[in-house]
Write a protein that binds this ligand. Sequence first.
Ligand code: TMP
Length: 214
Amino acid sequence: MFKKKPFFVVFEGIEGSGKSYQSNRLYKKLKQKKFPVILTREPGGTKTAEKIRNVILDDYFHKDSDKQFDKNTDTLLYLAARNEHLINRILPAIKKNKIVICDRFIDSTFAYQIYGKSVSKDLVDGIHKHILGNIKPNLTILLTVKISKALSRLKKRKKKNRYDKFSKKFYIKAQNAFVKISKKNKKKYLVLDSSNDDKKIEQKILEVILNRIK
Ligand code: TMP
């Protein structure tokens, strides 16, 4: 039986780790089982946050560095989108005791901005303190992947985008950062290797979630 308590689950991982696919599969399965569940993502998840997402992602396409946002501006945009998302989507769903599945959340900021681009942790922590309140994921599912596999998955995508801009080295660094973060609080993380395209991961995730929300 579902306890009618909110449950906040986040999927994290580098591009090509399968987190969008797995979060969508989980959402569909919980929906089929008639659980009150929403699927959302960061940056984005609301009209206003999606506007900010477009500004951020558009910035990745500029070739000239003088036309690109400074790394602090970029970080503040992610945090601004998060604030919009928290107020207008996550908090209302949590108040209604829903299961919230979110494709990326705060660990992405730690992995990409703090570890990846050396943005000040104090800057991010300070803003998080103001905007997060007591919202914390109940569980973060980190999908790791062999970098060569991630890159081959990205190549197959029809929509070519910013992924081409990042080097293999950047992905290795970001994935190592995600793993490092997950080790700090093992009880709150489920780390799964998603390099093989089989159904086992999907089943494992569902099993763990059903157990946690019982
Ligand atoms: P997506 O590929 O999952 O749609 O995410 C969009 C990009 O945003 C991806 O390159 C990771 C990046 N990102 C950050 O750099 N920091 C963040 O805090 C978040 C949420 C995403």
